[in-house]
Design a protein around this ligand. Structure first.
Ligand SMILES: Nc1ncnc2c1ncn2[C@@H]1O[C@H](COP(=O)(O)OP(=O)(O)OP(=O)(O)O)[C@@H](O)[C@H]1O
Length: 577
């Protein structure tokens, strides 16, 4: 239990002060609670030994101060508790999100989208909603019972000892429950992750679901995940209920024992009537807060496993640790003996390549040969396993990721647009750009006219993933933001789809604006791009099998000439005119 409490405290980070304040006020609340017992004690003395005005006034004062104190302390404690929960988790979400930018892409291969989404949404949400309140209730419950026990010892050591026995028995039940819950908490968390993953997959694949008319079967996975989550949650409850009941039983039993013993001691003559009455009334109050703590403490393991999960993501090694803010003297890119594999799947074996500043490289090759991977290695989305890649003569691993990536504008074939205004989507390339700058690049990327035809122009909010724009329009928006970034190196995965003849010339004009006077690396699908490139490399079987200009390569027998003649249709690579 202490480990879990410690973890919550550590998790609070910058908000530990507010958490301590909340705990302190909940303890003060306990002290004000004692005022009730003191007032009761005075009333009983008054009733048995004669009521005086002094006793009445003092009792009333104690009650008023106690009630007001409790209200004030509750307010501050609850407010701080909500504040700490919200802020510590908001900070953690931002921190984890920031860190993810610097994680190797391999991390995202090994961890499903569902698991990561679940971690930053529901798992952190669990911590946000429960951790501070559980910590405060548990600490409060224990301090409350300890304070009361001390007071009981002050009145009668035998009753004090009974209180100690109650605490001890409660701890035994509670630690048994904590042990039992450890395994189930993990299982429940996994079920939760699977559920988020299945839901995401279902929603993301909705167009496929509809187009294949598979509504009935396709959500089978989601149904299974829901069922699994139900089973785990129910199991959790079923396990806790007997222990929770045992805790309650133990505390109630001791309360009743305190009452009976007090009466017995009074009848034997070893306790005064006042003390006896006081103990009888107090016996119902002694364990009230501990009982609440017991009710909440079952959540400690759940919170602990949630915190462990979030910390595990947060502690994943990032790529940026030894990077420096280097400004490359030129944009020469050099690959020396580069080998790379995805796990066991070898993609490149000792490849060498040189792309001088302000030249154009066209990468061609069959589907799955590694064209995208090569671009990803140059932009350090992945680290090479052996060999090196340099930019301006410096190994790209010696740059900070921010500094390295500031040199690249990357346009992917599958464009992702954020659920934000068109203007902000373009501004993503340069967050401090003015409206005029945004319009200027939109014109260059041939977007301005279709943007102005939209109901709110640049302020039109596009649906998630750009759902309300055509494929070609999305492409041009992504080119506009790349033009705005104005990085000296452009990596471009040419669109093979979403280009109809009307869009074609606009898209071409946009690409020409983007690539003008830059070092350009293109995954080329168009004969025109390939023809105009300063250098063409053909990738196949983990190697660069051919390199040269269009004129040189078309004369050589080999994959390139075959492709030009569209003889290798079956490999899945073709050039469009
Ligand atoms: N993130 C990844 N994890 C594991 N394997 C991957 C990953 N990305 C690509 N691969 C595999 O690496 C190989 C090369 O993929 P890559 O996308 O680089 O090829 P490509 O030449 O760009 O293909 P295409 O022309 O079809 O886009 C493929 O076999 C692919 O399945």
């Amino acid at each position: 239990m202490l480990t879990a409490l410690r973890k919550i405290y550590d998790f609070a980070g910058n908000w530990q002060g507010v958490l301590k304040k909340s705990v302190a006020f909940s303890l003060l609340h306990s002290i004000f609670d004692m005022f009730q017992i003191a007032a009761l004690f005075l009333i009983l003395i008054g009733l048995t030994e004669g009521m005086t005005l002094q006793i009445i006034v003092f009792t009333l004062l104690l009650l008023i101060i106690g009630i007001l104190g409790k209200i004030y302390c509750s307010y501050i404690s609850d407010f701080s508790q909500t504040k700490v929960g919200y802020y510590m988790c908001a900070e953690k979400r931002i921190h984890v999100g920031d860190r993810m930018k610097y994680m190797p892409m391999g991390y995202f291969n090994d961890h499903s989208l569902g698991k990561l989404t679940s971690a930053v949404t529901t798992t952190i949400g669990d911590v946000e909603n429960n951790a501070p309140s559980v910590l405060i209730t548990v600490v409060h419950g224990f301090v409350h019972v300890v304070v009361i026990t001390i007071v009981m010892f002050f009145f009668d050591w035998r009753i004090g000892s009974l209180c100690c026995l109650g605490i001890l028995l409660f701890l035994v039940c509670n630690s048994m429950m904590q042990k039992k819950s450890q395994k189930i908490s993990l299982e429940r968390q996994r079920a939760q992750e699977d559920l988020v993953g299945a839901t995401l997959e279902y929603i993301q694949g909705m167009n496929i679901v509809k187009s294949f008319n598979l509504g009935g079967n396709s959500n089978q996975k989601m149904k299974q995940a829901i069922e699994e989550s139900r089973v785990r949650n129910t199991k959790l409850e079923t396990v806790f209920i007997p222990y929770g009941a045992a805790q309650q039983f133990v505390l109630r039993l001791i309360s009743v024992s305190i009452m009976f013993c007090s009466i017995l001691f009074y009848l034997q003559g070893s306790m005064t009537l006042v003390y006896c009455l006081l103990m009888c009334v107090a016996s119902f109050l002694i364990f009230s807060e501990l009982e609440k703590a017991g009710g909440k403490s079952f959540a400690l393991r759940l919170i602990e496993s949630s915190i462990d999960k979030i910390n595990e993501i947060d502690e994943t090694p990032i790529m940026d640790l030894s990077g420096q803010n280097i400004t490359p003297p030129n944009m020469d890119i050099e690959l020396k003996d580069v080998s790379f594999s995805y796990g066991e799947h070898q993609i490149f074996r000792c490849i060498n390549l040189s792309v001088p500043s302000r030249t154009t490289l066209a990468i061609v090759g069959p589907s799955g040969s590694g064209k995208t991977t090569l671009c990803s290695l140059i932009a350090r989305f992945w680290d090479v396993q052996s060999g090196s890649i340099t930019l301006g003569g410096t190994d790209i691993r010696d740059y900070t990721l921010d500094k390295l990536l500031s040199n690249f504008s990357i346009v992917f074939q599958n464009v992702y647009l954020f659920a934000d205004t068109i203007e902000n989507n373009i501004r993503f390339g340069k967050p401090d750009a003015s409206h005029d700058e945004v319009v200027r690049v939109a014109k260059k990327a041939c977007c301005h006219d279709f943007i102005m035809a939209l109901p709110k122009g640049y302020d039109t909010v596009i649906g998630e993933s750009g759902a309300t724009l055509s494929g070609g329009e999305k492409q041009r928006i992504s080119i506009a933001r790349a033009i705005l970034k104005d990085a000296p190196i452009v990596i471009l995965d040419e669109a093979t789809s979403s280009v109809d003849p009307e869009n074609e010339s606009d898209l071409q004009a946009a690409i020409e604006s983007l690539t003008e006077s830059k070092t350009v690396i293109t995954i080329a699908h168009r004969l025109k791009t390939v023809k105009n490139a300063d250098q063409i490399v053909v990738i196949a079987d983990g190697k660069i099998t051919q390199r040269g200009t269009h004129e040189q390569l078309k004369m050589q027998s080999g994959i390139y000439a075959d492709f030009i003649n569209i003889r290798h249709k079956t490999t899945g690579w073709k050039l469009v005119q």
